[in-house]
Design a protein around this ligand. Structure first.
Ligand code: ADP
Ligand code: MG
Length: 416
């Protein structure tokens, strides 16, 4: 666990300066980043995110307050030792331009004394794990796309297997499609690695997607709200957070609500090549077409089939929700379906049935009461600080990950 306790950073405050009080970049920050979880710091430009991150690995020294990792005050540790346990990823990856991808990834382990062969095989494993073609290992950073460079940056930070990762807007410089891929891969990787991560972004959508908990900072470095993504969307503490969290909060919050078990309607289906008469015999204006494995391909308008169902006749607008997905995906499947019947598939992608928006809404309403009883991390931390006057870190029991108010559902609907 990384713990900030009353941490303040004031710039331009040193003697011989202008004599003013200096500008406060981070103001009395108290925050815990739980072990094995992703804590996202989000806020507008200049609100102190980078300063906060860099105080953890002591690239910046706090003016006051303490930062501890697993109960050890970082200011008492040897800097080299401290940084060995911390991976650091920045925007534009910050790769060494004159070293190959492989050499970039092996740099730190080699400095730490890992043998060449061992460092190389570990690097090759990581290069694949972050989703890069092993053939890229011999390339130079300039020969990679922005997204590929960021992947190398992540692999490099993971090379020495640090328990803690600091990530400063690592995906901000790539285009939205690549960013989404990187985010998904990052979540997959984290589910395997379970690092303690402090992740900085100015993008609230990225924050709620990646964070187990999200800390919203306002300019002046003041913590405005610390909460789970779902709570942040459901209950912003003030106008600043509400404005920052943005539009469609109610709908976006459904992305964190696992779809309950709902009764799905059986949906008659046809295959590609089905004859016009057979399609019309189904008796509904829109008919669902599936492949031989039972995976939905798209809706076809019965009246539009002249001889047989072909791919070009398929309507592509509908999304497919998964039985293990979110309420948002379920509602979206219903809303995007030309028939009004949302397509639901199992985890293997096979059709299970369909559901209408009017049948999803009651499930959404039923959730409202449960959500209201969820705890706030901010309050929990404040309470615990209050009731712990003389703490002896070495004797503290092993850290347990914080509980999530709701399970993060599997990735949402897939657009067909
Ligand atoms: P963010 O990463 O959220 O954009 P930063 O942590 O980089 O914000 O900066 C927070 C505030 O501190 C800003 O007002 C910035 O101008 C100021 N600041 C950052 N670094 C320095 C510095 N080395 N000297 C003086 N002011 C700084
Ligand atoms: Mg910054």
């Amino acid at each position: 666990m990384i713990r900030f306790e009353g941490v303040t950073k004031r710039y331009g405050d040193s003697s011989g300066g202008s004599g003013g009080p200096g500008s406060v970049a981070v103001d009395d920050l108290t925050l815990e980043a739980p072990t094995g979880r992703i804590t996202v710091l989000v806020g507008p430009s200049g609100c102190g995110k980078t300063t906060t991150l860099r105080m953890v690995n002591r690239m910046i020294t706090p003016t006051s307050g303490t930062i501890s990792i697993d109960g050890r005050d970082t200011s008492t540790l040897d800097v080299a030792e401290l940084r060995r346990g911390i991976g650091y990823v920045i925007q534009h990856a910050g790769l060494f331009p004159h070293r190959t991808v492989l050499d970039n990834v092996t740099t730190v382990p080699r400095l730490l004394g890992t043998g060449k062969a061992a460092a190389r095989s570990r690097a090759m494993e990581l290069i694949e794990r972050v989703g890069l073609d092993p053939a890229m290992a011999s390339r130079y950073p300039a020969q990679l796309s922005g997204g590929q460079q960021q992947r190398v940056g992540v692999a490099r930070a993971l090379a020495a297997d640090p328990p803690v990762m600091l990530m400063d807007e690592p995906f901000s410089a790539v285009d939205p499609v690549v960013r989404e891929q990187l985010q998904n891969e990052f979540l997959r990787l984290q589910s395997e690695l379970g690092k303690t991560i402090l992740f900085v972004t100015h993008d609230i959508d990225e924050a709620v997607k990646l964070g187990d908990q999200v800390a919203v900072l306002r300019v002046g470095g003041v913590l405005a709200q610390l909460d789970s993504p779902a709570r942040l969307l459901a209950d912003p503490v003030d106008d600043f957070v509400a404005g920052f969290v943005g539009r469609d909060r109610g709908y976006r919050a459904l992305g964190f609500a696992a779809a309950p078990e709902l009764t799905l309607a059986d949906e008659p289906t046809v295959r590609l090549g089905a004859r016009a008469d057979d399609v019309r015999a189904v008796g509904t204006p829109w008919v669902l077409c599936v492949d031989d494995a039972g995976e939905p391909l798209g809706w076809v308008r019965a009246a539009a089939v002249e001889t047989e169902v072909t791919r070009t006749l398929l309507h592509r607008g509908g999304t497919v929700a998964s039985t293990s997905g979110s309420l948002r995906a379920l509602l979206d499947a219903a809303l995007s379906s030309p028939s009004g019947r949302g397509v639901v598939a199992d985890d293997d992608g096979r059709l299970v049935g369909t559901i209408r928006a009017a049948e999803v809404i009651p499930a959404i309403e039923a959730r409202r009461d449960q959500a209201a009883s969820a705890e706030r991390p901010t309050e929990r931390l404040a309470e615990r600080l209050a009731e712990r006057p003389a703490e002896r870190p070495a004797e503290r029991p092993a850290e347990r990950p914080t509980e999530r108010p709701t399970e993060r559902p599997a990735e949402g609907a897939t657009t067909r």
